[in-house]
Design a binder for this molecule. Structure first.
Ligand SMILES: [Zn+2]
Length: 182
């Protein structure tokens, strides 16, 4: 929508994406703890899954922070756009928020990066549409070439043969000598 003073779509996508990444990070932590609780050789595997979950949790929290920044500090949209793209890819190691979180955060990051701030506050936007006093409305030079109307431009006569201006009252063109007919 026009006139938005912050990248709304990017903010919403990153918000949902961040939540999904956090949820799957927590899921990894829970599953990792469950696997580790089996004991024996499963302790290392459980720790590994839990570590991935912890990373996803941190990544997801930073995504959420970035989403909030897009709203509160729109001027940082380009910077956070790049960070969100990197975080979206990084979230892959923790499941990427069921992959949907990765995609939403990635799109949000791209949208934030390409977002262009409105040039002026909405209150003064009406000034843009006022017509400028232009020069294009001025009448173009009438005639000008050979065969131009003898009387053009407010009494000034032109030679019908060569187009030169002819002084008032002259019977012949001062340039080519052709008789002035009108
Ligand atoms: Zn002439």
């Amino acid at each position: 929508m026009a006139g938005e003073n912050f990248p709304r779509t990017a903010h919403i996508l990153a918000l949902i994406g961040g939540i999904l990444v956090v949820i799957e990070g927590l899921l990894y932590l829970a599953v990792g703890a469950l696997i580790g609780s089996i004991g024996g050789g499963f302790g290392i595997a459980g720790g590994f899954v839990a570590a991935l979950g912890a990373i996803a949790l941190i990544v997801g929290i930073i995504i959420l922070y970035g989403s909030i920044q897009l709203r509160s500090r729109p001027a940082s949209a380009k910077t956070w756009g790049i960070i969100l793209i990197v975080l979206a890819l990084a979230s892959y190691i923790g499941g990427g928020g069921f992959f949907l979180g990765l995609i939403l955060t990635l799109i949000g990051g791209i949208l934030a990066y390409v977002w262009v701030a409105p040039a002026a506050p909405m209150g003064t936007a009406g000034q843009w549409s006022q017509p400028q006093p232009g020069t294009w409305g001025q009448p173009t030079m009438p005639g000008g070439g050979p065969g131009a109307a003898p009387l053009a431009g407010g009494g000034q006569r032109f030679c019908t043969s060569c187009g030169s201006p002819v002084p008032a009252g002259a019977m012949n063109c001062p340039k080519c000598g052709a008789p002035v007919t009108a």
